[in-house]
Design a protein around this ligand. Structure first.
Ligand code: FES
Ligand code: FES
Length: 161
């Protein structure tokens, strides 16, 4: 079937089997490899993308659901100033980055900071429920999210809130 959608801000048209997974389309056909192929059952978050405004596992998105949708991958998001806030915040908190879970933890952080620049632990836990990181413990990651929020506050307001 022919599928038209928006990928990282650009119109995209592809031919794909209706049930082909988005993770395969991104990695094998479009060369976008920031989303990793992990569990393939929706439980690790390594394949995350922003799909119609929500962080979603691309291994659970069949091609037919892409029709008319908007997808942002880590490749697209990494071109934004908002990404710089998160990269700087994670670096300052010493958050590890082997690359495997980057799509999940960075995109989840972005959506969380969109709601609250100083999220509490419960909000953090809810936002990261589907993200598994083998290298960074939860507390370190939470501190990285807070640091990223601080970076954004300084960039937008010139100071902490
Ligand atoms: S590979 Fe998609 S959630 Fe694990
Ligand atoms: S930084 Fe390695 S799995 Fe998360």
């Amino acid at each position: 079937m022919t599928i038209r959608f928006i990928l990282n801000g650009e119109d995209m048209e592809i031919n794909a089997e209706a049930n082909q997974r988005l993770i395969g389309i991104l990695r094998d056909r479009l060369g976008l490899t920031a989303s990793k192929s992990g569990c393939l059952n929706g439980s690790c978050g390594a394949c995350s993308v922003i799909f119609n405004g929500a962080v979603s596992p691309s291994c659970l998105i069949p091609a037919f659901r892409l029709q008319g949708s908007e997808v942002i991958t880590l490749e697209g998001f990494s071109q934004t100033i908002e990404y710089q806030d998160i990269a700087a915040g994670f670096a300052s908190a010493g958050v590890e980055s082997c690359g495997y879970c980057d799509a999940g933890k960075i995109l989840a952080t972005e959506l969380l900071l969109g709601y609250n620049l100083q999220p509490g632990r419960d909000e953090f836990a809810a936002a990261f429920r589907g993200i598994r990181c083998r290298c960074t413990n939860g507390e370190n990651l939470y501190q990285g999210v807070l640091s990223a929020g601080e970076m954004r506050q300084r960039r937008i307001y010139g100071r902490s809130l």
